[in-house]
Design a protein around this ligand. Structure first.
Ligand SMILES: *[C@@H]1O[C@H](CO)[C@@H](O)[C@H](O)[C@H]1NC(C)=O
Ligand SMILES: *[C@@H]1O[C@H](CO)[C@@H](O)[C@H](O)[C@H]1NC(C)=O
Ligand SMILES: *[C@@H]1O[C@H](CO)[C@@H](O)[C@H](O)[C@H]1NC(C)=O
Length: 108
């Protein structure tokens, strides 16, 4: 009982950190574009995204993971993220870069 009371806040904050680190969003890639092309373009544009650069941030990472959350639609949908950081705080630019490239958010 006593150890639970001590552990619980720790576990909750640990879960919070894990959840906060999943920046992936589900998108439908532009029609007629291959997954490989979208991947290359998204990662390239993310890494040079001017608004992030002008804010003095550093590129952190980009991901294009084909398929929806159950792995279906692997040629038309992907889980993606684009993140920059100031060294301590991560700022996602996923929606901005995706919109710029004509990808559409998939809402379930
Ligand atoms: C996207 O490109 C990166 C870098 O070239 C590569 O490591 C990754 O496997 C590619 N992913 C897909 C889904 O094509
Ligand atoms: C695949 O994507 C289409 C739209 O692009 C959607 O209508 C369909 O429900 C998706 N299929 C699955 C299995 O998620
Ligand atoms: C990064 O941004 C956060 C939130 O604005 C701020 O609290 C933190 O001090 C910044 N870190 C650096 C190294 O600038």
């Amino acid at each position: 009982m006593r150890s639970n009371a001590i552990l619980l806040p720790f576990l909750i904050s640990a879960l919070g950190v894990v959840r906060a680190e999943d920046y992936r969003l589900l998108y439908e890639i532009p029609h007629g574009e291959s997954m490989a092309t979208f991947n290359t373009t998204f990662e390239f544009v993310c890494a040079i995204w001017p608004p992030a650069k002008f804010s003095g941030l550093k590129f952190q990472g980009a991901l294009v993971e084909p398929g929806d959350y159950s792995g279906k639609n692997a040629t038309t949908e992907a889980k993606i993220f684009c993140t920059w950081t100031n060294g301590t705080t991560v700022t996602p630019y996923t929606t901005e870069v995706a919109a710029f490239l004509g990808a559409k958010p998939v809402s379930d």
